[in-house]
Design a protein around this ligand. Structure first.
Ligand code: NAP
Length: 339
């Protein structure tokens, strides 16, 4: 797709977005979901370097500890309580609700949470069922991300009165949400069991060898719909956002997210290697869009921020997909989430 290589994207790879001045997040608390490695870890380093107290989530305690040590070392800080770790496995609802309870007991109140970056995500090239009975990519990137997003929003809204400005809720999505076969989604939305069951079904998992990440783009499209609903819920009675919500695409970033694709064959491994070598920026560079989003004013509420399309170009591009919008998959996703 030609739109994939406009000058802004190439520029974004070689000229990192500047960071704000030192101390920009001094005294603030930033939660990063999925910060043990890759973009989340790099974002944690940025926020800590800029003065924030950072809370990161982990699935495996040793990886959380290692990430904490890395952030402290890279940000050159040693204040007690500057970096804390909470357990969260997005594959499991019980873990999501215990995480929320722990977060609430860790902080003095909702107004104390200034920024959340919902970054955890996977690419899966084999069909796998999650603990909760959905396909894993959809469970992690969409359903549980939506669940945590809703739980956090409900809590953070209540803190607006005690804050001078709204807190920020940032979702790391992907430009890949523009790629799914919409005709197929429209067809699935008309079935009795709805889109979510269809995209999660093993029978619909493509067996084509070149289709190396079948549900990734769909998971990112569905989460864009739920983020749109979350953005609406974030508005107060006067229409102003009580929490500023944004989605971001970091562009192609050198991380280990393609490991499942690479493990399929030497050919897939070579493709992943070459794609990253030629097109990807560093995690430090990709993560800067999370910092940018965390500083956006309320006027940018609900926007998708990315390095390759301007807001106008993006709006023109998504206008070509009204058929799926009219079947309201965001509702389907939210229903899937609570059922
Ligand atoms: N890399 C790219 O080119 C690119 C491009 C566009 C968008 N993105 C998006 O950026 C985000 C981060 O990707 P990345 O490239 O940094 O990937 P990564 O290096 O694989 O990091 C993914 C993070 O998500 C966490 N995670 C995975 N499964 C989880 C689960 N079940 N519960 C909680 N946390 C979980 C991982 O924690 P563990 O250590 O426990 O596995 C890790 O901290 C993803 O949402 C991805 O879709 C990436």
């Amino acid at each position: 797709m030609l739109l994939d290589v406009p000058p802004r994207r190439i520029l974004g790879r070689f000229v990192p977005t500047p960071l704000p001045p030192a101390g920009t997040f001094a005294g603030q608390t930033v939660l990063i979901v999925g910060a043990t490695t890759g973009i989340g870890l790099a974002a944690a380093v940025h926020f800590a370097t800029l003065g924030a107290n950072v809370i990161i989530t982990y699935r495996v305690a040793s990886r959380g500890d290692a990430a904490k040590r890395h952030i402290q070392g890279a940000a050159g800080i040693s204040r007690k309580g500057d970096i804390s770790c909470l357990e969260l496995d997005l594959e499991c609802y019980e873990s999501c609700t215990s995480f929320m309870a722990k977060l609430k007991s860790t902080l003095p109140g909702p107004a104390a949470l200034d920024v959340v970056v919902m970054n955890g995500g996977i690419v899966n090239s084999h069909w796998e069922e999650s603990v909760e009975g959905w396909e894993r990519t959809i469970q992690i990137n969409n359903i549980s991300t939506t669940l945590i997003g809703l739980l956090l929003l409900a809590w953070m809204r209540g803190g607006r009165d005690q804050r001078p400005s709204p807190a920020h809720l940032v979702f790391v999505t992907s430009r890949d949400h523009l790629y799914p076969d919409l005709d197929e989604l429209v067809k699935w939305s008309q079935r009795d069991d709805g889109i979510l069951r269809q995209v999660c079904s093993k029978e619909n998992w493509p067996s084509r060898w070149w289709d190396s990440e079948p549900n990734y783009a769909i998971s990112k499209l569905l989460v864009m719909y739920t983020i749109e609903e979350i953005s609406k819920l974030a508005r107060g009675p006067d229409g102003d956002p009580l929490v500023v919500v944004n989605s971001v695409c970091p562009g192609m970033v050198k991380t280990d997210i393609g490991r499942h694709i690479a493990s399929r064959s030497w050919f897939h491994s070579l493709c992943v290697y070459l794609t990253l070598l030629i097109t990807a920026k560093s995690a430090d560079s990709g993560a800067r869009i999370c910092v940018t989003a965390a500083l956006k004013p309320k006027e940018n509420h609900g926007e998708f921020l990315n390095y390759w399309l301007t807001a106008d170009q993006y709006r023109r591009y998504v206008v070509t997909v009204p058929a799926v919008l009219s079947n309201n998959p965001s509702e389907a996703c939210l229903l899937g989430c609570v059922s």
